[in-house]
Structures are given as structure tokens and as C-alpha cells.
Design a protein around this ligand. Structure first.
Ligand code: PEP
Ligand code: MG
Length: 320
């Protein structure tokens, strides 16, 4: 079975009716990137840069960050890499950043809010990213964006730094949809972003108001909750108004039971655990995107994630 999956991992994943779904990988370093390529990943869909620099007491300099990210880009040969700026705060503690203790860390300074509150941290990271080669394969992704103001402030910094560096080219810039406000305002974000990537782990946490690390709530933390599905549908609708594509990089992208739902909602990129790339590509190739689209409408009318999952199981043969 393993060998069969390896064979399935090569080449693009098209649904039976010809919709191309990019299957990329979530990684934390160059070694995982090489593994992702071996498993047939079409690129890196999410590099979580905060994990490049764990177990240290001081912030990495720009040159160290550049080298670490260049190693990821090199491991991809000609494939693209989506590199996320530091997602510090909340559930991700970055010990060398002097972040104040907060009463509600999940609702406080985290993700792009932290970077904007510490301009020298953001500038060091953007400077590192802008020096990567080739810039045409780099896509910068911003975590925990609330509304378009966050995006415009980072764009300004990118413009300033890129002209200081004498660059004529600019990398693509995307935002994560992890907060209900961002999903609701997706069209405004898509007007100024090159792509949107849905972080369903946090989008589920913030939509259901359930701590993603809370053991007693874990069973109900399902990104296939109809409320989350409706926000994904809104995101795709907003993105399409400006001709942008939408990906999913949360854990649900790695769940083969969810592929029909995500494809049906209009998502065209799935970023998954490296080892699951072959299985998700295989699943995509079984699906009929038009049938999935019909199904997604019904999924959004369900009352719980349990009902959504039951319907997906019952429809397994209808969509494939
Ligand atoms: C997410 O929130 O779904 C996501 C991909 O980001 P992280 O899990 O790193 O918060
Ligand atoms: Mg997140």
C-alpha cells in the first residue's frame, strides 16, 4: 500500500472533472521540506518560522533567518514556498521575545499583532525574506490578521525595505484567515492580498469560542462544524470577487474525510502533513468537484460537525 501511495504522489492532483487542487505541505525546517518533496508535495503551503528558532535565548539575526529560509526554498527545487511571519504569542511561546504576561493570551498580542508591536522583529524577518532567491517562488503569509489595516501596514514595510534593498521584484503576500472578522471581510482582504490561506485550527477556536488546547473541549473542536464551513464559504466568495485563490493549512486539510467538503467549498490548495500528501492527492483524484459543490451546500445546513461527518460518510460514493 505504501508503494502504491508513493506512485500516487507524483504529478498534479486533478479531480475527475479536471479541477486542479494543489497539495502542499506544512513544515518547520529544511529536513521536513525534503521529506515533503519525497512524498510528492507541490510546494510548502506553510512554513511555521517560529519553530525554526526554538531552544535559544536571543532573537536570531536577519542573516540567520535568511539562511534557514533559503535552505527550505532550495530543498523545494522549482516549487513555491509559503513562509509565514512569526506567529508568537497565544499557544506559541517564543521565549526570547519580551512579551508581557496576558490574562487572555489567545485574544492578546499574537501573530501579526506581535510583529507590528515590535517593528524591529518584523523588519529583521522581512529583510531576511526579501533576500531569498528566487523571490518568484516566495509567498509571504501573515498570521492572525484581523482586518485590512494589518495587511496594509505590512505591505508598507515590505515596500520600504524592498526599495532600500534595491529590489525590482516583490514576493506575493497573503493573509491567514484565522479569525471570524477576517473571514467576514475576506473580499476586502483579497483586494489587497495575493492569496488567502485559512488556518482552521484557530478559525475553529475563535468561531466556537473554545480554547484549541482545552482537553475537555477537544472532542467538540472540529473544523467541520457548520459554522466554520460557512466562514470558509464566505472566504472563498470574497476571494473570488478579486480573482484570488484560497487554501487551507489547518489540520483539517490532512483529514481525507474532509477533502470533499473543502473542495466543494471552493478551496484549491490544501497544505497537509508531509506524510499525508499521497493520501490527500489520491482522495482528490477520486472526487467530482461539481458533486462536491452540491454537497457543500447541504453540509452548511447541518446542525453539528457530527451531522456533517455523517453526511460526508454517506455521500462518499456520490462525490467519487
Ligand atoms: C491554524 O491556526 O490553523 C494554523 C495553520 O496555524 P497554527 O496551527 O500554527 O496556529
Ligand atoms: Mg493559527
Amino acid at each position: 500500500r505504501r508503494l502504491a501511495l508513493r506512485e500516487q504522489s507524483a504529478g498534479r492532483a486533478l479531480t475527475r472533472d479536471g479541477v486542479h487542487i494543489e497539495v502542499a505541505a506544512n513544515v518547520v525546517n529544511a529536513a521536513e521540506t525534503r521529506d515533503a518533496v519525497l512524498h510528492g508535495a507541490d510546494g510548502v503551503g506553510l512554513l511555521r518560522t517560529e519553530f525554526l528558532f526554538t531552544e535559544r535565548t536571543d532573537a536570531p539575526g536577519s542573516e540567520e533567518q535568511r539562511a534557514a529560509c533559503q535552505a527550505v526554498l532550495d530543498a523545494l527545487e522549482d516549487r513555491p514556498a509559503i513562509i509565514r511571519t512569526l506567529d508568537a504569542g497565544g499557544d506559541k511561546d517564543v521565549p526570547y521575545l519580551p512579551l508581557p504576561a496576558e490574562e487572555n493570551p489567545a485574544l492578546g498580542l499574537r501573530g501579526i499583532r506581535t510583529s507590528l508591536a515590535m517593528p524591529e522583529v518584523l523588519d529583521a524577518q522581512l529583510t531576511a525574506l526579501l533576500q531569498l532567491k528566487p523571490l518568484s517562488r516566495l509567498r509571504i503569509l501573515l498570521p492572525m490578521v484581523t482586518d485590512v489595516a494589518d495587511l496594509l501596514r505590512v505591505r508598507e514595510r515590505i515596500e520600504a525595505l524592498a526599495s532600500q534593498l534595491g529590489l525590482s521584484e516583490r514576493p506575493q503576500l497573503g493573509v491567514m484567515i484565522e479569525v471570524p472578522s477576517a473571514a467576514l471581510l475576506a473580499a476586502q482582504l483579497a483586494e489587497h492580498a495575493d492569496f488567502l490561506s485559512i488556518g482552521t485550527n484557530d478559525l475553529t477556536q475563535y468561531t466556537l469560542a473554545m480554547d484549541r488546547c482545552h482537553p475537555a473541549l477537544a472532542a467538540r473542536q472540529d473544523a467541520l462544524h457548520p459554522a466554520v464551513l460557512r466562514l470558509i464559504a464566505l472566504t472563498v466568495h470574497g476571494a473570488r470577487q478579486h480573482g484570488r485563490w484560497v487554501g487551507v493549512c489547518g489540520a483539517v486539510a490532512s483529514d481525507p474525510q474532509a477533502t470533499a467538503a473543502l473542495v466543494g467549498l471552493g478551496v484549491t490548495e490544501l497544505s497537509v502533513s508531509p506524510a499525508l500528501v499521497p493520501e490527500i492527492k489520491h482522495r482528490v483524484r477520486q472526487l467530482d468537484a461539481a458533486a462536491c459543490q452540491e454537497l457543500a451546500l447541504t453540509l452548511q445546513q447541518q446542525r453539528s460537525a457530527t451531522e456533517v461527518r455523517a453526511l460526508l460518510a454517506a455521500a462518499a460514493n456520490v462525490v467519487a
